[in-house]
Each structure stands twice: as C-alpha cells, then as structure tokens.
Design a protein around this ligand. Structure first.
Ligand code: ASP
Length: 338
C-alpha cells in the first residue's frame, strides 16, 4: 500500500504543470550547545530575526511560483550574509586562521547536484554550488579551482577578509588555548582531539534549507564555514551529496548540521532517504533513526527533512538547533531550544 501511495505522489511531483498548495520551506541555522541560560534576550531576538528574514526570502520566491531550488538558494544567501551564522560572512576560522567554506545544493526532480568545498573568496558559496550544478558538467569543485570557476561564472568575489568577524576570531583563540591545555594534560585517546577539533561542544551554526514548491518539486541546500579549528583542507559533510545534503522527489530533501565527520561516515542524508524508499519509514521515523545512529557512533548534530507531501522532521541530539518553517498559509514557526 505504501508503494502505491509513493508512486501516485511521485507522478504529481514530476508534473510541473500541476499545482499543489502544500508548499513548505524549512530551515536550520545550526545545532549545538544552545542553552537558554546562555542566551541574552538581545541575542535570541537577533537569531530569531535572522531566521525570519531567511524564511521570508524563500517564502517570497516559492509563493511567486519559483522553484524549490530558487527558494533554497534565496534563503541560504540571506543566512550567508548574516554574520550570526557560520556560513558566508561570519564563517568560523580554521586552525590556520582562515575562513574555508563548503556548500551544496540538490534538485530533487532531476537528482542534479552541485557543491563547492574549501572556498575563501566567493561571497555566496551556495550560489557557486548552484553554478557548478547548472553551468558545469561536474558535481563538486574545491578550493582555487572552484573560486576560478565562480569568477568565470560572474559570481561576486570578495577579499577573504570579508568573512572575518571578531566573535569567530575569538572562538578560534579559545579553541587554540583549550587545545594546548588539553594536549599538556591529556594524552589519552579522544576522538575530538584526534581530529584536532576540540570545541565540539560549541554551537556549530551551519545553515541549510529544504523546500517543496508549487510544482511538487523538492530541493535541499547547505552552507557552512565548517568547524572552528579544523585542519587545513578539511572538508565536512555539507558539500558531500548523500552525507550532509540530499534531495529526491521520490522521497525527501535533507540538510544536516553537526559534527561532519560522523555525518560523512554514516552517510546520513542518503541513509534517511533510503530508509523511506526501501523500508517505507515516515520522514519522522527515518529522521530519528539516522540521528540516533549518529549519536551511537559518538557524533552529535541534527537535520531538517521534508518529504514530498510536505511533512517535515527536525530531529537533533544536541541541546538546541536554530530552526524554522513556513507553510503555504504564510505561518512562520521558529524554535531554538529542545
Ligand atoms: N556539519 C558542519 C561540518 O562538519 C558543521 C556544522 O554543521 O556546523 O563542517
């Protein structure tokens, strides 16, 4: 019975001429140790406003009949431009004191995808990911090559200093101090230490969006500065299709946030889709299953997932996750804590 429901719905999903009124946009602004007791009312209001601005940008696109891809890109650009979030301006620093960003986007209708990794000069990495998808024959480009490609595609290129914020710089200094104290005190095995990422307890702050448009098409996108104090050349899960980002009209669109190494090893986004496709799980069941698996393997984080009928799941195993949703009636919901 399940499969016939799926087959029926995917026919609708593939007919762009058919309009369905259950369009939805779901976003996250990162998961982590986000506790109300550590939040000032001003900070909480700023994050809420940032999430609301992003939802409004995407909703405007989707309501005007634009594609879920357009909505995802528009939403993520707003979050990338907002220094509060760890993507674009305000990205965290690497161990070497640089901002190296990753982003990916995927079209659930065609299964086309694009991503960039380790870029430092592209103002909006999500737009570069989309350009890779639409203007090249490749899926993923890294570092200098990706930057060159973005420049040739006419995207906005900025000086690397554009991404710097004082708060993130201080975050790195704190991580470096903790690093050196830890290495003096503790030589025993620690998965975090092994990765050179000691401040796993901090909020991660990656951004992501998943959308279902009026034509019934799903899309997903994720953008991040990665993790504070990451080593040179480290790439997280966000730009890896099937790990941090995935969309398929037959199942679900997903964007993840959290400790990337665990999301890569558990191939989280595609695993969620596969649980729905092969086992007939609902988006909530599959979302919970994959986050539980991340937790069991020692990782933490969360994700947003939206199925082809507009049902959303937003599971996380951290203290909080910045998250929001807007439905076709324009109703916005924003949450931060557990
Ligand atoms: N998942 C990202 C990474 O590992 C970090 C995050 O979600 O904040 O690069």
């Amino acid at each position: 019975m399940c499969s016939s429901i799926r087959a029926g719905a995917s026919t609708i999903a593939n007919e762009d001429s058919l309009h369905q009124e259950k369009y939805v946009l779901v976003i996250h602004g990162g998961a982590g140790t986000i506790l109300k007791k550590n939040m000032t009312p001003q900070k909480e209001a700023a994050y809420t406003a940032g999430l609301r601005d992003a939802l409004n940008a995407g909703y405007k696109a989707i309501q005007a009949g634009k594609s879920s891809l357009d909505a995802v890109e528009a939403t993520i650009r707003v979050l990338e431009d907002n220094p509060l979030f760890n993507a674009g301006k305000g990205a965290v620093f690497t161990h070497d004191g640089r901002n190296e960003m990753d982003a990916a986007i995927m079209n659930g209708k065609t299964l086309e995808a694009g991503s960039v990794a380790g870029v430092s000069t592209i103002r909006n990495p999500i737009t570069a990911a989309r350009a890779v998808m639409e203007k090249s024959e490749h899926v993923m480009m890294t570092g200098r090559g990706a930057e060159q490609f973005a420049k040739e595609a006419g995207l906005e290129i900025v000086d690397p200093s554009y991404f710097r914020t004082q708060e993130r710089w201080e975050g790195l200094q704190k991580a470096l101090r903790e690093d050196s104290i830890k290495s003096k005190l503790d030589h025993s095995y620690s998965p975090a230490g092994k990765l050179g990422i000691e401040n796993i307890d901090n909020k991660f702050g990656t951004v992501g969006a998943v959308a279902l448009d009026k034509a019934g098409n799903l899309a997903a996108g994720t953008s991040t500065g990665g993790m504070t104090n990451k080593k040179y050349g480290r790439v997280g899960d966000a730009p890896i299709i099937g790990a941090g980002t995935y969309a398929n009209n037959n199942t679900v669109a997903i964007s993840c946030t959290g400790w990337g190494e665990f999301f890569i090893r558990n191939v989280v986004a595609h695993d969620l889709s596969a649980l729905m496709e092969y086992k007939g799980l609902t988006v909530q069941e599959a979302g919970k299953a994959v986050i539980d698996k991340v937790g069991k393997s020692g990782g933490n984080g969360g994700l947003i997932a939206l199925d082809k009928e507009g049902n959303a799941a937003l599971p996380f195993n951290t203290e909080g996750m910045y998250r929001g949703m807007v439905t076709a009636d324009g109703k916005i919901t924003i949450e931060i804590y557990k």
